[in-house]
Design a protein around this ligand. Sequence first.
Ligand SMILES: [Zn+2]
Length: 294
Amino acid sequence: MIRVLDEAWGVLPTGLREWDSVDGSPVYSSLDLQNKYVEAISNQKILSPVIKAIKAHVTNGRIIPCFANKNMMGLLFHKMFANSIDKATMGYYHPGNNKVYIIMDNRTKYLVWMSNQKLSTVTIHEMMHYAAKNYKRMFFNQFKDILGAFYSDFFSTLSGHAISPSTGSKAALYLLENFEWKQATTQSIFNYAHHLDEIVSIEIPDKDEREKFIISLISPAKIFMNDPNVFIRSLQRDDEIVNYVRGLYTSYKRLGIKSPDTTPIQEILFPSEVVAITSERPTRKHYVAVNTVR
Ligand SMILES: [Zn+2]
């Protein structure tokens, strides 16, 4: 594999070896690569308040800059918590390994970083997924306002009823507890539907309308979870799905994010994505999350 990598990239970081394994697939790294990564992000303004913590995470192996083979890149593009900024640098938080992988593929010219700023954006984005899993209740408290605003806005758009930020944050907490802090099961989504039915019962008093709202909220998420490709295809021909995603974009706009780098959908079940997307324009809270979690 190393020989193949050498041919593909020409100049490679020295000492590249199998460093770790992601769901059975090896990723390749070296101390040289890790130093280069740290060097590349060191002077980036977006990371300056957290650069010490980021460096410590690289040293202790929580953040792994690495190369992966093509097959794995392809697989990861369709995974939860995989985020591609420019298709050459990609971040992936693996909840099972509890690590962040910063993956460079063969379009990245080594030593000629496409953009250190983008590399930094990917890093802080993935650190938000890491913080959500490790900082749990404190993470929720820290970002309760952002999450409440996002979900209340999206639920209001979808239902045509005014849904409060407090209902939005209740939904977010439920999702964190049942989809992020533990492994979700096939039953989880039905339980979530029941929970929604309870928490919106005052704002949407009519039972049929409530049911309609919940189905319209959950069906696209189910399509996405079953097969992301089907979901992506339906973005081209299913008006309901198009409107749905448009509604998510609108909710981001209200949070001050003009256009997320990835098509919004996983946030329907995974609130840490909302926080990760807003970390493109980090606030003190995002920095506190990175600096606090170990
Ligand atoms: Zn993400």
